[in-house]
Design a protein around this ligand. Structure first.
Ligand code: QV4
Ligand code: CA
Length: 491
């Protein structure tokens, strides 16, 4: 379950958080910019909660049934997206919520029962009825734990973390054959639709043995798209920063895990709580929780921690966020995911809906330079010039090791073996130095702050001599990046 199932030179996933099921983004943008896969928000039926003239984003994490009908669109729209994205070599990874159904709480804006889309449900304590799956009260963990996970459980009681309710969400019992069958049927239907794999939400809250039993029941991916005998990609959402009862090592036999230690290390270096020179060893064995390349999904931020406090960088950090992403994309560690957000002012704020009936999610509009129009409410980090250039840089350097590593205080530089060169200068003065870039002689265009358009470079030009050496100036608190695809006049 480790294999990304993307094309060889498309080793970057983008999380199009809360986007509608749109194939256009694959066809018009992703395929041309080195992206290999899209993580989509849970596509199945979910609760709706209308509050303060909005519907919070997190309704997607309260499933009502496994029918493909959500704020992002219908089953037909989902299938259309999968088909058309696959056609242009972009894979779909589905965020799958198996741990629980809706919240048991009855609050003024959430009666805990009703109907959503096509399915009725009753999540009230003891009733726990989801006829469209179907699940009934006996499918939940109530006999083992009838209450919420307590804060201290995370440290001392792994069983409670897996058997009790995650903030009131009705906890499914995956030891039950019926529950397993329902989950397997759902994931199988997605595989048959042509998806490449899954982000499994809240895997920490499910027993690895139960997950393994379900994953082993899944069919291979569609041979007409992926070739024969390909297993789905699986990344487990397990947050393990050390010191908890549940560890990521319990999950690496059944897929990758979401490595929250990576983004924290990058943020700390960029904020100068540590030295960016240390990023030259960020990989297996670097501090707690950074396991092998094939075990990790690395990212700078995700949809949860961009709403919380430190220690993560987010789009709101602007240039520092660009630096963090550029490093991640230039560096060799792990399979990686770029975050793509809608702009928000408060934690619960839902995606832009532009007054659509029933708060159906809207879509971005685009500027002439291919970024998203801020007036449409979408940030589209994945389209930022630096990030889209660096994704192409990564694609051009796929399979090439990081060599010629140079560090100074708050500075790091490295080559990607004849294919690319990257440097980050987090100090307060320019960094002027000669580097061995390993690249063929020629003039190259900076991809961090510029772009090669035809034969015109919109940023700094770097000249490399016959020995692969170049004198480079990296401005204070900025990066530079160039590669075989930014060689002026062609490869
Ligand atoms: C409230 C109270 C509870 C009470 C309950 C019932 O807070 O104390 O027991 O009512 O009366 C929403 C509300 C939350 C509410 C809950 C149930 O925010 O206040 O509980 O619904 O009604 C997202 C949001 C949550 C949201 C949830 C479901 O972050 O706020 O809860 O969706 O809509 C840990 C986990 C990790 C998890 C992370 C956030 O180990 O697995 O916390 N991350 C994933 C997703 C995340 C999602 C969930 C898990 C749940 O990435 O987005 O939570 O599916 O680290
Ligand atoms: Ca559980």
């Amino acid at each position: 379950f480790d294999d990304s199932n993307t094309l060889f030179d498309r080793q970057t996933m983008v999380h199009l958080f809360e986007w509608r099921h749109v194939a256009n983004e694959c066809e018009n943008f992703l395929q041309f910019n080195g992206y290999g896969a899209v993580q989509v928000s849970p596509p199945n039926e979910h609760i709706m909660i209308y509050t303060n003239d909005d519907v919070p984003w997190w309704v997607r994490y309260q499933p009502v049934s496994y029918r493909l009908n959500s704020r992002s669109g219908t089953e037909a729209q989902f299938q259309n997206m999968v088909d058309r994205c696959n056609k242009v070599g972009v894979r779909i990874i589905v965020d799958s919520v198996l741990n629980h159904m809706v919240g048991v709480g009855q609050k003024s804006d959430d009666p805990g029962h009703g109907s959503s889309g096509t399915a009725s449900y009753d999540g009230r304590d003891g009733i726990e009825s989801f006829p469209a799956v179907p699940y009934s009260s006996t499918d939940f963990h109530d006999p083992v734990c009838h209450g919420d996970i307590q804060d201290s459980d995370y440290q001392y009681n792994a069983n409670n973390v897996r058997n009790c309710r995650l903030s009131g969400l009705l906890d499914l019992n995956h030891a039950s054959q019926h529950v397993r069958n329902m989950a397997v049927a759902y994931l199988t239907s997605l595989i048959n639709a042509g998806v490449a794999g899954f982000r499994l939400d809240a895997s920490k809250h499910m027993f690895p043995d139960d997950l393994q039993a379900m994953l082993e029941k899944l069919p291979n991916l569609r041979a007409d798209i992926f070739g024969t005998n390909q297993k789905p990609f699986v990344v487990h959402e397990v947050i393990d920063r050390g010191g908890e009862a549940i560890k990521v090592t319990e999950y690496i036999a059944i897929g990758r895990y979401t490595n929250f230690n990576f983004g924290a290390a990058v943020a700390s270096a960029i904020w100068k709580q540590s030295d960016v020179a240390g990023l030259s060893t960020l990989g297996p064995g670097f501090g707690y929780g950074n396991l092998d390349d094939h075990d990790v999904l690395n990212f700078i931020d995700n949809h949860d921690n961009q709403r919380d406090d430190q220690p993560y960088l987010t789009y709101k950090n602007g240039d520092q966020y660009r630096m963090g992403n550029a490093y991640m994309l230039a560096w060799t560690y792990g399979y990686i995911r770029v975050m793509s957000s809608f702009a928000f002012d408060f934690h619960d704020q839902g995606p832009p809906n532009m007054g659509a009936p029933n708060y159906a999610t809207g879509s971005p509009t685009f500027n002439p330079d291919n970024t998203c129009d801020a007036r449409s409410g979408w940030v589209c980090e994945h389209r930022w010039p630096t990030i889209r250039q660096m994704v192409q840089f990564r694609a051009a350097c796929q399979g090439r090791a990081a060599t010629e590593i140079v560090t100074e205080s708050n500075r790091i530089a490295f080559a990607r073996e004849q294919n690319g060169f990257f440097a980050m200068n987090n100090a307060d003065s320019d960094w002027n130095r000669q580097f061995d870039t390993t690249l063929p002689a020629g003039s190259y265009c900076d991809q961090y702050d510029g772009e090669l358009k035809g034969s015109m470079c919109t940023g700094q030009t770097i000249t490399i001599d016959n020995d692969g050496k170049a004198s480079v100036r990296i401005p204070a608190r900025a990066c530079i990046a160039f590669s075989v695809i930014s060689r002026i006049g062609g490869r």
